[in-house]
Design a protein around this ligand. Structure first.
Ligand code: HEC
Ligand code: HEC
Ligand code: HEC
Ligand code: HEC
Ligand code: HEC
Length: 367
């Protein structure tokens, strides 16, 4: 097809000539259909609209006024803050971490304090395709998009009291994954089949796309992959000894990572054939306190008032940990041993699905 015809078709089909920057994901989705579909499923797309976040934002504003609102929106509506739309009047501000934010990032600087980002909204999109030559917009090759730097500005954060609230990026830096050259994208943006651009609009220079749904702890698959578990039992007189061996085998950071309120809980349960039941729990997570030593239990509190962790029992990347339990099950009595792992998202969750998910269950018969 001659080039000019191509151009006309584009202008008709995508209205590519009259965009405003930053553009809504809907605009990008007209051509980048597969990527748009996947992104819509992501936590990024919901980061602003999420009820959970809205509730937390309201509390943050009550506690810290306009500066707190600005802080929260900085990561949950990065476009809103950059274009001065703190009142969220534009649709694109409601799109959370939207296409045109990430693809307008030009530089990320880690030199001092929190990561700093240079963003240029306009007709040029930055990315990792070297030979891309779209008609609709300009492109600029960006090394930043290949590395963990693109994720760092929101997944690493120290508050004004000097407390490191989010440390996923620095946890990753010291992980085996980082040592072997795997960035966040290796696990969260796998290459999958799909068209970079709707083939009806333009033939892309590449096949396959990077998965933009960026699955994390809301993906059962990711959670199950992350943690390996094994049960070992032995007898010690009147005691049944149980060891649960947990391995953080596939996360490139601690589990859980991110918000200090995320928790992983191991529950071990023994039910003897005489009907007696024993349960024990272990929790993996952080306990964050304010300047007076009060334990903080809500997201806006840890962001605004957190000063330190008094404990951190999370599983390091690659770590194998053995938990020992002892139950008074008499010898010779059969019993069922069960172990389960549950991931807790947020104390502010309104329903069960928003609150937690049990992703692993082991069961064994013992004598
Ligand atoms: C009219 C169709 C069209 C629209 C609308 C469109 N793009 Fe593209 N885009 C393309 C084409 C075609 C390519 C080239 C693909 C290739 O060559 O493989 C491309 C490439 C890209 C690349 C890869 C650049 C690189 O160098 O790695 C990025 C990133 C991108 N677009 C982002 C966006 C964003 C963000 C939006 C919305 C603000 C958008 N695009 C809207 C057609 C479009
Ligand atoms: C959180 C940041 C982020 C968001 C949001 C995001 N992208 Fe991307 N995108 C990336 C990164 C990083 C890559 C490159 C991944 C790599 O090469 O490892 C990429 C790659 C691309 C590419 C090149 C083809 C590919 O799959 O590698 C296109 C086109 C693209 N994105 C378009 C979009 C569109 C359209 C949206 C919104 C529907 C979007 N992106 C949202 C970070 C983002
Ligand atoms: C502009 C800020 C921003 C950038 C840049 C960003 N993220 Fe996020 N990310 C967020 C926010 C905010 C959330 C939480 C959304 C929510 O649940 O409300 C999140 C959530 C996530 C989750 C959790 C998904 C789940 O299942 O809950 C993963 C995984 C993730 N991001 C990976 C990445 C990766 C990988 C990159 C880099 C390619 C990246 N993010 C870049 C802000 C960002
Ligand atoms: C080696 C693979 C791997 C690498 C590298 C990796 N992750 Fe993950 N990530 C996972 C797995 C598996 C999970 C699911 C387990 C969990 O939620 O802790 C996860 C979970 C997450 C979550 C969800 C936590 C939450 O609170 O909801 C976020 C956010 C995240 N990763 C961000 C990142 C960022 C940012 C990077 C790079 C700095 C990164 N990851 C590097 C494998 C990886
Ligand atoms: C530096 C970036 C950043 C800032 C600033 C920020 N957040 Fe977040 N927020 C995130 C990321 C990233 C996550 C995703 C999950 C994780 O890593 O645990 C998240 C997750 C959350 C969640 C849990 C959402 C879920 O789906 O479980 C809530 C609630 C929340 N943030 C509220 C707030 C509030 C309120 C503020 C302001 C006081 C704030 N955030 C400021 C980056 C940020």
């Amino acid at each position: 097809m001659p080039g000019y015809l191509n151009l006309i078709l584009l202008a008709l089909s995508a209205g590519a000539t009259d965009w405003e920057w930053p553009a809504s994901a809907e605009v990008c989705g007209r051509c980048h259909r597969a990527i748009h579909e996947a992104w819509k499923e992501s936590a990024h797309a919901r980061a602003m609209e999420s009820r959970l976040f809205q509730d937390a934002l309201e509390l943050a504003e009550q506690a810290g006024g306009a500066p707190a609102r600005r802080l929260c929106l900085g990561c949950h509506s990065p476009v809103g803050v950059r274009v001065g739309d703190l009142g969220l009047r534009l649709k694109v501000s409601w799109e959370g971490i939207t296409c045109d934010y990430c693809h307008s990032v030009r530089e990320v600087n880690l030199a001092d304090g929190n990561p700093r980002v240079r963003v240029e909204f306009g007709p040029v999109k930055s990315g990792t395709l070297k030979e891309a030559s779209p008609v609709a917009h300009g492109t600029e090759y960006s090394e930043v998009h290949r590395t963990a730097l693109i994720c760092a500005p929101c997944h690493e954060y120290r508050n004004s009291l000097g407390f490191a609230v989010l440390t996923t990026f620095s946890e990753w830096k010291v992980s085996p994954a980082a040592a072997s050259g795997s960035a966040c994208q290796a696990c969260h943006m796998a290459r999958v089949a799909g068209d970079v651009v709707d083939p009806k609009i333009q033939r892309a220079s590449h096949t396959g796309v990077n998965l933009h749904s960026m699955p994390g702890s809301h993906s059962l698959e990711q959670l199950s992959r992350a943690i390996g578990a094994r049960l070992l039992t032995s007898r010690d007189g009147g005691q049944l000894k149980v060891i649960v061996e947990l391995t953080n085998r596939a996360a490139g950071h601690k589990v859980p990572t991110g918000s200090p309120l995320r928790q992983l809980r191991l529950q071990v349960e023994v039910e003897g054939y005489d009907g007696r039941r024993y349960t024990e729990q272990r929790t993996y997570g952080r306990v964050t306190v304010d300047a007076r030593g009060k334990t903080l239990g809500l997201e806006h509190e840890v962001f605004l008032r957190g000063v330190r962790d008094v404990s951190d029992t999370r599983l390091l990347a690659g770590e194998k940990r053995q938990e020992q339990f002892s139950f008074a099950v008499p010898p010779g009595l059969q019993a069922t041993l069960k172990a389960s792992l549950t991931y807790y998202y947020s104390p502010m969750a309104r329903d069960e699905r928003q609150q937690k998910v049990t992703f692993l269950q082991l069961r064994q018969l013992v004598k």
